[in-house]
Design a protein around this ligand. Structure first.
Ligand SMILES: C[S@@+](CC[C@H](N)C(=O)[O-])C[C@H]1O[C@@H](n2cnc3c(N)ncnc32)[C@H](O)[C@@H]1O
Length: 316
């Protein structure tokens, strides 16, 4: 093991990650993040604020008739939501070092459009955009989330008639952790001490490098704010950071939320950078990563940059 680990630095930027001008090209080793999911209702408002074209189209949807025109508008909204996220993926590509990895947690969405139930396969759209940007797609992880039993009525996942085929739908009980690489794998000198000090155990390797992760969420017991921003359990960034970075690396989260990725990066002796557009979350992030408490067990510096908030944006 290493005798001494240098102090780590952590930068919280309250601003829009579609432009990450505070981050130099090729200065980040790993991205671990979870964006707002397109076509999931809780994020509608944020996408409307992000891009006035999305806002205009939602407003138009309420005023027009005609099923095919409505379907066309919904499709356009969905495209624009992903176009906006792609602006962030493009910035991630720019700031990653050669061989750097991006891990993106995203779930598909189901929604009724014009009274008809349909799937919005967000994971497929993210893969398409990232490949177009230049990322290499690597085998991804299915995070199996605990679900309630299928329901027959109301907002339940099971939309069928009792036990009668053929019109029921499969429950979406997995989210995706997509994994991309920029260019060739990273290269290290032989016996690099940081790399060796960062190694995982055989037992961890066998458990983590497998496609299905059955991680129990703690959703019910989480504080309200964590549920509102759909925070992921610490075990997700913990595994990803141990798998795809070494001590002293820099980890970026362009959609910080409550700061789970930054907190775990700090605990694992990595530097971190996080962007969050909602300034109301700053006290939550500070509290989670422990800015206000004295942490005798850890040596770290935190910098906070608050950009002036902009209400309306255009996709980059
Ligand atoms: C799904 S939540 C992330 C939750 C986080 N993984 C956690 O554990 O708390 C997505 C976050 O991205 C933020 N966000 C959305 N668009 C953004 C943008 N363009 N730039 C920066 N943050 C953004 C939202 O305000 C929200 O807090």
């Amino acid at each position: 093991m290493l005798e001494e680990v240098e102090a780590t630095t952590h930068k919280i930027i309250i601003g829009d990650s579609r432009k990450m001008e505070e981050v130099d090209d090729e200065s980040v080793h790993l991205v671990v993040t979870s964006p707002p999911y397109p076509m999931i209702e809780i994020w509608d408002e944020q996408f409307r604020k992000m891009d006035s074209r999305i806002d205009d189209l939602w407003a138009k949807l309420d005023t027009i008739g005609g099923t095919s025109e409505k379907n066309r508008i919904v499709q356009k909204i969905y495209d624009l939501m992903h176009e906006n996220l792609a602006g962030v993926w493009k910035e991630c590509y720019r700031v990653l070092v050669d061989g750097g990895i991006a891990c993106i947690n995203i779930g598909d969405a189901t929604r009724k459009v014009n009274g008809l139930f349909r799937l919005f396969p967000n994971h497929a759209r993210v893969i398409e955009h990232c490949e177009r940007i230049g990322f290499v797609t690597l085998p991804y992880i299915l995070w199996k989330k605990p679900t309630t039993k299928p329901k027959y009525k109301g907002k339940g996942a099971f939309l069928g008639s009792g036990m009668l085929p053929p019109n029921a739908y499969v429950t979406l009980d997995c989210e995706f952790i997509l994994i991309f690489r920029k260019g060739e794998p990273r290269k290290f000198p032989p016996h690099d001490p940081m790399r060796y000090a960062s190694k995982y155990t055989k037992e961890e390797r066998d458990r983590w490098f497998t496609q299905i992760w059955d991680i129990v969420g703690t959703r019910q017991t989480l504080p309200e704010v964590e549920r509102r921003v759909a925070a992921f359990p610490e075990e997700i960034p913990y595994r990803l950071i141990r798998m795809f970075s070494i001590i002293g690396d820099t980890v970026l989260d362009p959609f910080v939320g409550t700061g789970t990725t930054m907190k775990v990066a700090m605990q694992l002796n990595r530097n971190s950078i996080g962007y969050e557009i909602d300034k109301n979350l700053l006290p939550v992030i500070k509290d989670k990563i422990g800015v206000s408490q004295s942490r005798l067990d850890m040596d770290f510096r935190v910098e906070i940059i608050e950009r002036p908030t902009v209400q309306e944006f255009r996709a980059v």
